[in-house]
Design a protein around this ligand. Structure first.
Ligand code: UD1
Length: 427
């Protein structure tokens, strides 16, 4: 199992390029199976998750090639309508295969994803979307079993107790694209990755409108065609580099950024006294002292993203005063707190909020990555910590950050990956 070793304290300087968005790529890869001809995707990030999704699509019969950020998905031999537990448990986003199975093969049997390290993750809104379109849905021994006997467009609201669901909106839009009649989704997720999926579906010939707003309207078409498409930049990777620049009191230009996707994040950094200047798809972030404390409340887009909460907590642990973070999307998403505390951060959890009392310095310590964004937060903290830090279980970070150590060392960080090969004959 690989680990990352960081000798903290070096201010980051220079330029770094953001990769394509993981959360946009995953549904788009599965949406490519809705078509009857091949799709070529550009700016695809090479990540554990995109490779895993490629393996899943291959197991369903599709041909998938990925090299140099270009992915070709050929759905001509897509013929498997089942995604077993072993496939789905590794990546929650594999639930996205439901839509193409149902719409192209007439049925789908997909293992119900369980909870995850973050917290329980229900799927009621996914089921609501399918049922609204008149799919026959049943739950059988941990599997979602769905049949398309006479699906038809309908009006459905996908607002849940914590706001709209990105995943349920994506699955419903994909299904509606090939469902006869008109579907209206109320309470659709506003996230840029949903808007990207809508644009991709349109490029394949779908009739979708209203992306980026709460109401999406989809008129089902008979067939979709493969297309050529370039994926938007990863706003969460960009935001993670902003934190890394600020916490090390560095000066970094992050290139390939879609600024409109990061307004809440940029506003928060400015409030913290961090210098942020956006120009021509690049954002310069510079800082020459501890940030000012702030209050953060995670919210659906365009609010502050839950996927940057942990990285900002790392940054705020060195702020000049007391900050608070309220997590409204995943109320229990605080598993990074004990690891940050081991590095000397002063953080208390009380009533669903984190209270972060800024300290003068963090100290290197062996820490354990527990999920994707928590591990990114640990790397951010380590970059500023005194002494050596070992981040274990970095496969979590490899799920969503392309070449993280190469990009950070290009900015002057003392970071290296150590691969541990087991000597038991199994390699
Ligand atoms: C996606 C992102 C994830 C991000 C999250 C919120 C991908 C692959 N993942 O996850 O990185 O953190 O959006 O921005 O794009 N919910 C229900 N019922 C459901 C589905 C969700 O109540 O059927 C709740 C969830 O528990 C959560 C909230 O809705 O509180 C948002 O979840 P959702 O938007 O569905 O997240 P994902 O699509 O799983």
């Amino acid at each position: 199992m690989d680990r990352i070793v960081i000798d903290g304290g070096a201010p980051l300087r220079g330029e770094v390029q953001v990769s394509g968005s993981k959360n946009a790529t995953l549904p788009i890869m599965t949406a490519a199976l809705l078509a009857d001809s091949p799709t070529t995707l550009h700016n695809v990030p090479e990540l554990r998750d995109t490779h895993m999704m490629a393996d899943i699509l291959r197991a369903l019969g599709a041909r998938v090639d990925l090299a140099g950020g270009v992915m070709r998905v050929d759905p001509s031999a897509f013929n498997v309508a089942e995604a077993p537990y072993d496939m789905v448990r590794k990546m929650r986003a594999s639930i996205y295969v439901l839509a193409p199975m149902l719409m192209r093969l007439g049925k789908a049997k997909v293992s119900q994803p369980g909870g995850c390290a973050i917290c329980p993750r229900p799927i009621d809104l996914h089921l609501k979307g399918m049922k609204a379109l008149a799919a026959d849905v049943s739950l059988d021994h941990g599997y979602i079993v769905v049949e398309n006997r006479a699906m038809k467009g309908a009006e459905v609201s996908l607002t849940g107790p914590n706001g709209s669901s990105v995943g349920a909106t994506a699955n419903t839009v994909m299904m509606a694209a090939l469902t006869p009649g008109e579907t209206i989704i109320r309470g659709a997720a506003h996230e840029p990755e949903i808007a990207e999926l809508a644009r991709f579906l349109r490029a394949m010939g779908a009739d979708v409108e209203g992306e980026g707003s709460s109401t999406m309207r989809i008129r089902g078409v008979q067939a979709l065609k493969g297309c050529e498409y370039s994926i938007i930049p990863d706003r969460i990777e960009a935001g993670t580099f902003f934190c890394a620049a600020a916490i090390t009191e560095g000066d970094v230009v992050v290139r390939g950024v879609e600024v409109a996707h990061l307004e809440a994040v940029i506003d928060k950094l400015s409030e913290m006294g961090v210098y942020v200047a956006a120009e021509d798809g690049a954002v310069r972030v510079a800082c020459d002292g501890p940030p000012r404390p702030v209050s953060i409340r995670t919210l659906p887009f365009p609010g502050f993203p839950t996927d940057l909460q942990a990285q900002f907590m790392a940054l705020l642990s060195l702020a000049d005063g007391c900050s608070t973070i309220i997590e409204t999307i995943y109320q229990e998403r605080f598993i990074h707190v004990p690891e940050l505390q081991r590095m000397g951060a002063q953080i208390r959890l009380a009533g669903g909020q984190a209270i972060i009392e800024g300290v003068k310095k963090l100290a290197g310590a062996p820490v354990m990555a527990s999920d994707l964004r928590a591990s990114a937060a640990l790397v951010v903290a380590c970059l500023a910590a005194e002494g050596l830090t070992d981040v274990h279980r970095v496969y979590h970070i490899d799920r969503g950050y392309e070449a993280i150590e190469t990009k950070l060392s290009g900015l002057g960080a003392n970071i290296r990956r150590v691969s541990t090969t087991r000597k038991n004959g199994n390699g």
